[in-house]
Design a protein around this ligand. Structure first.
Ligand code: GLU
Length: 488
């Protein structure tokens, strides 16, 4: 008995992510997916993936796959689907037919040109755009006449002319719309495809969706949906319209604020667990202060009550910081594994592929501290892989006279050559005294060595770097640097 009850209450949460594949999924889309997924997992519910691909004029090839790939990347696994609305057209037509039969919908024969000029006129007069209901009360004869002339009609919903439509938004409370502000919206287009409104509610009903968590831009569609549910005698799901995401300037987040497509963050070397953590905090919080949360913690603590009522602000610096924290928290092994595809892709062509995994395992701990994203790793570690460095003479000399630099590098080569143990500690033990012998400040001498060994002034700790590069390569680099100085 108890078990049956439990099973029932568990079955109660059924949510869906229902993207339209009309453009690359952006942060806002994926935040919606994530909130739905987390809500489902928190409640032992079901997360359904449904591709709303009925607006064929706006479909973008390949985007559905990108959406699926992005969800997989973030670990947002779905329990049902993906359903494609384009494969379910019959279902929507049946419902449209039923509404027609019950005279809750009607066929509209108005040509596009008429609708367009009406729209222009409304804009000019600063009236809200909407259909003027010319076909709402056509007689049977008038309809037959239209049909005979070969016009293919659209099906429109007969929105009540008076009264109010209200619903309870779980985040915003009671929302009331005056029906007079809603027009007779299209349900079925002349190409036989349903509109978003029709397909969306038919599927939410057939898929027994319990909660609709979606972006607040859809709020104005909800009264239409509620009217449709009422007309069909169906129980509407519960609605929660999620807070908007703003850029740092408090304008709606857009391309202007940098990358918005989720795939770009992947390419830029942000970790999926970071994106998960970061997106979860765009509109939800545990306690208004905790920033670092694992997926499990988010699932455990997630609740609609803690979704903010006000817009969330996207903070790129916070994302970068978070990525750095997570990167440093990875084991060296794991960091190397994750960095590998970036190295394969972005190290200069001259570096032989496939890359040597053992060598990379030695290098990566030195890079891990410094990288904010995985995409920075190739640039930060490039000098480990390049056989012959290009030296900038200005960098090489720094604050040291040329003759002095040459002398120091020569002495360094001799010292290196004589070293038996090649490790960071023995290198340091050999080179610290050498600065003194050369009568150079340690910082100046090590600076010179650093440029000779790495070609740059900012690099990981010098002696650890030398240890990884190995004696042969370090000697070769000293000679390379000497050549550069001597030729000049
Ligand atoms: N297809 C809509 C979208 O692209 C779904 C909105 C909803 O969740 O109802 O966001």
């Amino acid at each position: 008995m108890l078990e049956a009850k439990l099973a029932m209450s568990e079955a109660m949460v059924r949510v869906r992510f229902a993207p339209s594949p009309t453009g690359y999924p952006h942060l806002g889309n994926i935040r919606t997916a994530l909130f739905n997924w987390v809500f489902a997992r928190h409640n032992n519910g079901v997360f359904i993936l449904r591709i709303e691909d009925t607006d064929i004029a706006r479909l973008v090839e390949g985007v559905a796959d990108v959406i699926l790939g992005s969800l997989r990347w973030l670990g947002l696994d779905w329990d049902e689907g993906p359903y494609f609305q384009s494969q379910r057209l019959e279902l929507y037509r049946e419902v449209a037919d039923r509404l027609l039969k019950q005279e809750l919908a009607y066929q509209c024969y108005c040509p596009t040109e008429r609708l367009e000029s009406m729209r222009q006129e409304q804009i000019k007069r600063k009236q809200p755009p909407g259909y003027d209901r010319r076909c709402r009360n056509l007689t049977r004869e008038q309809r037959a006449e239209m049909e005979a002339s070969g016009i293919i009609p659209v099906v429109r919903f007969k929105t009540p002319l008076e009264g109010q439509t209200s619903f309870n938004d779980l985040l915003r409370g009671q929302i009331i719309f005056e029906n007079s502000t809603l027009d007779d919206f299209v349900l079925l287009k002349s190409d036989g495809y349903p509109t978003y409104h029709l397909a969306n509610i038919v599927d939410d009903h057939l898929m027994a969706i319990s909660h609709v968590l979606r972006a607040d831009e859809w709020l104005s569609s909800t009264p239409r949906h509620v009217l449709l549910y009422q007309a069909l005698g169906w129980q509407p799901p519960q609605f929660a319209h999620l807070p908007m995401i703003l850029g740092p300037d408090r304008a709606k987040l857009s391309k202007r604020h940098g990358a918005t497509a989720i795939t770009e963050y992947r390419e830029q070397g942000y970790l999926p667990e970071v994106m998960f953590n970061f997106l979860a905090l765009l509109g939800w919080s545990l306690d208004d202060k905790t920033e670092l949360l694992t997926r499990e913690e988010i699932v455990r603590h997630f609740s609609l009550e803690r979704i903010s009522r006000t817009a969330a602000v996207f903070n790129k610096d916070k994302l970068d910081w978070m990525n750095g924290v997570y990167l440093r928290g990875l084991s060296a092994e794991e960091f190397s594994r994750r960095a590998m595809p970036f190295l394969e892709k972005d190290l200069p062509m001259e570096v032989n592929r496939p890359l040597d995994t053992d060598y990379i395992r030695q290098i990566m701990p030195l890079i891990q501290e410094r990288a904010r994203t995985l995409a920075e790793v190739p640039q930060l570690s490039e000098f480990f892989f390049i056989d012959e460095l290009e030296y900038d003479i200005g960098l090489l000399l720094g604050k040291i006279e040329k003759a002095e630099a040459i002398k120091s590098l020569q002495a360094s080569a001799v010292r290196m050559d004589g070293l038996k143990d090649w490790n960071a500690a023995s290198l340091e033990a050999a080179f610290r005294p050498l600065a003194e012998e050369l009568k150079l400040k340690t910082s100046a001498f090590f600076g010179l060595l650093r440029v000779a060994i790495t070609g740059r002034t900012a690099a990981p700790p010098l002696f650890q770097t030398m240890e990884v590069l190995g004696k042969g390569q370090c000697l070769k680099r000293l000679r390379g640097a000497l050549d550069k100085l001597e030729i000049r």
